[in-house]
Design a protein around this ligand. Structure first.
Ligand SMILES: Nc1ncnc2c1ncn2[C@@H]1O[C@H](COP(=O)(O)OP(=O)(O)OP(=O)(O)O)[C@@H](O)[C@H]1O
Length: 259
């Protein structure tokens, strides 16, 4: 579904040249859930922007659904750390926003409206359709943002630390919901997080990136049965074991740097 071959990204900033990414070869299968972890500045957001078509790579090629990425695609959605809802629009019309912006949407508006209601129900927000964003908690707003990114049935969802501003309990609930949505809709997901445990619980594969320049250090398969939870669960030992390994991988680079 997603292919990055020999991808590199160099920025010419005011402080000089920054090699944000180097030699990235990553193939994500359809329906797969891949999480990206790594220290701040290792190029995680840059990688998502390249897949989203928001940035052309300096070298190498990026493909989605076997087509070169030349700009944003309507079957690829992006979800950010903050919900970024329009404050004057109701919950329902925030979810409908991508459909209204994209005049080329293939279904009628009524069908999308039904879909919006379904999605809001899926994330436990039925009855809140007419509320305004400021009347909702941060977790509820992020659920609305999740529905908005699903409204056009994207083949690919790119998620940049979407749960990091939430309290632990809401984060746990939303990560369970996201797994359910992924299993139900078979969406391909690339998810950036700073939480090693969240990366393990959500992913089919975890990609460990190291900074300066951003490179793929290792790709770790997660074979733990689903559904998994950040809360106490049957697979807590397995999650802890893999988390410890990832922690060691991320720290190893630091000790190399100090040498
Ligand atoms: N537009 C830009 N111009 C210049 N440098 C940039 C630009 N965007 C990113 N960078 C640099 O590229 C590197 C990777 O940035 P990026 O935001 O992708 O990292 P990240 O892993 O997502 O970081 P964080 O975890 O802090 O969000 C950093 O050194 C950053 O300063």
């Amino acid at each position: 579904m997603i292919r990055l071959d020999g991808v590199g990204q160099v920025f010419d900033g005011r402080e000089g040249r920054v090699t944000a990414l180097e030699k990235i070869d990553l193939h994500v299968r359809g329906g797969e859930f891949v999480t990206l972890i790594g220290r701040s500045g290792c190029g995680k957001s840059t990688l998502l922007r390249l897949i989203a078509g928001l940035l052309p790579p300096t070298s190498g090629s990026v493909q989605v659904a076997e087509e070169p990425v030349t700009g944003p695609r309507r079957d690829v959605s992006f979800m950010f750390q903050r919900p970024a809802l329009l404050p004057w629009r109701s919950v329902l019309s925030n979810v409908m926003l991508p459909v209204e912006i994209d005049k080329g949407s293939d279904r009628g508006k009524a069908a999308y409206r039904d879909r919006a209601h379904q999605l809001l129900e899926l994330v436990g927000l039925q009855g809140f359709e007419r509320r305004l964003p400021h009347e909702l908690s941060g977790g509820m707003q992020q659920r609305v943002s999740l529905c908005r990114s699903l409204i056009r049935d994207p083949q690919v969802m790119l998620m940049d630390e979407p749960f990091s501003a939430l309290d632990a309990l809401t984060r746990t609930e939303l990560s369970e919901e996201l797994q359910r949505i992924k299993m139900e809709l078979a969406t391909t997901i690339v998810f950036v997080t700073h939480s090693i445990e969240e990366a393990v619980v959500l992913a089919d594969r975890v990609v460990v990136l190291t900074p300066r320049p951003g490179r793929m250090r290792e790709v770790v398969d997660i074979d733990i049965p689903r559904p998994r939870s950040l809360a106490q669960n049957a697979y807590v030992t397995e999650v802890a074991k893999i988390s410890a390994r990832l922690h060691a991988l991320l720290s190893e680079k630091d000790s190399e740097d100090r040498r």
